[in-house]
Design a protein around this ligand. Structure first.
Ligand SMILES: NC(=O)c1ccc[n+]([C@@H]2O[C@H](COP(=O)([O-])OP(=O)(O)OC[C@H]3O[C@@H](n4cnc5c(N)ncnc54)[C@H](O)[C@@H]3O)[C@@H](O)[C@H]2O)c1
Length: 329
């Protein structure tokens, strides 16, 4: 049984705690920390965990195997570095950190301490996106020619201290939300040869809309993101991917294959977890459950490889920041 210390009991901390509850044969939250006592108490009640008033106290005093960091983005690097230096393995939410310098420092500390770490680039674990990667790699319908991804959300309104809408703390929508597709496109296709980006800079450093184009030798991928939609607008994420012999559409929760010859059909995509998330703009625990289960297995396997290591998270932060800079020119 692995013992985790959960730091940050807000929106994503609650999501992770519910996943650990669904995985309680493998893991126990022995300690939680939040500067808001009531938030820490809510999650502590799930496992009867110890409560710390600050993440730093938890890292200094708790007896845990790993630390899960669900803090606002600008605090990720400081706390993840502290945890690794104290000897803990670390799961850190996406984006890995706020700046390129922090990303470099994180990699340096990980190399020095040898700690295991995973970044919460959850789309790598999201059932339909896992399916798409596998579908592409099998190559049954030929090469990928072009693809379009989207992630559109009502304005998120839950963040503690308004950190999400403070550009120096979150990097704004283009670092916080668009990084999901930035990271996934790299995961699917590798590093693009050329990146273009356009966006709307509402205030210095704050892009509420962005569109990026990735050029590969023989493929073009685009991704669009915004979180400036009205509260009644449904959260929408999906893709359309054209292969040589079929087009694939993920829309309204369903994947459909349109083959060059024959009728459209929907593949069966198994979900490991269909428990409802119960809050925010996320419908079920699926991808979060998958990534945390994967991390627990990785921790228990001494030679295990990881598909979402810090260096991948670091590269996606670097690319997202590059896109923001291009969009703002
Ligand atoms: N993977 C995803 O799909 C996804 C979705 C939403 C958020 N996130 C990421 O998760 C992270 C957290 O976002 P959120 O939406 O949960 O934010 P949030 O504001 O809801 O929660 C952050 C929590 O951290 C607490 N906190 C602040 N300083 C602290 C400290 N020093 N010690 C202990 N607790 C402290 C706050 O009180 C708050 O409860 C962000 O990096 C965000 O980008 C990821």
């Amino acid at each position: 049984m692995l013992k985790v210390g959960l730091i940050g009991c807000g929106f994503m901390g609650t999501m992770h705690a519910n996943c650990y509850k669904a995985l309680e044969d493998k893991v126990k939250i022995v300690a939680v920390a939040d500067v808001r006592r009531e938030k820490a108490e809510e999650l502590a009640s799930l496992f009867n965990s110890d409560i710390y008033a600050d993440g730093k106290d938890l890292i200094a005093k708790a007896d845990v195997d790993f630390v899960d960091i669900c803090l606002p983005t600008y605090l990720h690097a400081e706390f993840a570095i502290d945890a690794m230096e104290k000897g803990f393995d670390v799961f850190v939410e996406k984006p890995l950190c706020r700046t390129k310098e922090e990303a470099e420092k994180l990699l340096e500390v990980q190399a020095k301490t040898g700690k295991k770490a995973q970044v919460g680039q959850v789309i790598r674990f999201w059932d339909q996106y896992v399916w798409l990667k596998d579908f592409k790699e099998k190559g049954e319908y030929g090469k990928l020619l072009n693809a379009s991804f989207k992630r559109l959300s009502p304005r998120p309104d839950w963040a503690w201290d308004n950190w999400l809408h403070t550009p120096e703390k979150s990097g704004g929508m283009a670092l916080d939300l668009h990084i999901h597709d930035t990271d996934y496109m790299r995961y699917l296709m590798g590093e693009p040869k050329e990146v273009k980006a356009v966006g709307i800079e509402e205030k210095p450093g704050l892009n509420e809309y962005i569109m990026t184009i990735y050029k590969y030798d023989d493929a073009i991928l685009t991704a669009e993101a915004s979180w400036d939609f009205p509260a009644c607008f449904p959260f929408t994420a999906g893709f359309r991917v054209q292969f040589e012999k079929a087009t694939v559409l993920f829309e309204g929760g369903t994947v459909t294959i349109f083959p060059a010859d024959g009728e459209a059909f929907s593949p069966v995509i198994e979900s490991a977890c269909t428990l409802k998330a119960g809050s925010g703009n996320i419908s079920d625990l699926g991808g979060y459950y998958n990534e945390l289960k994967y991390f627990l297995e990785y921790l228990e396997n001494p030679a295990g490889e990881n598909i979402a290591p810090l260096k991948e998270g670091a590269r996606s932060v670097e690319l997202a920041l590059e896109q923001i800079e291009k969009a703002n020119k």
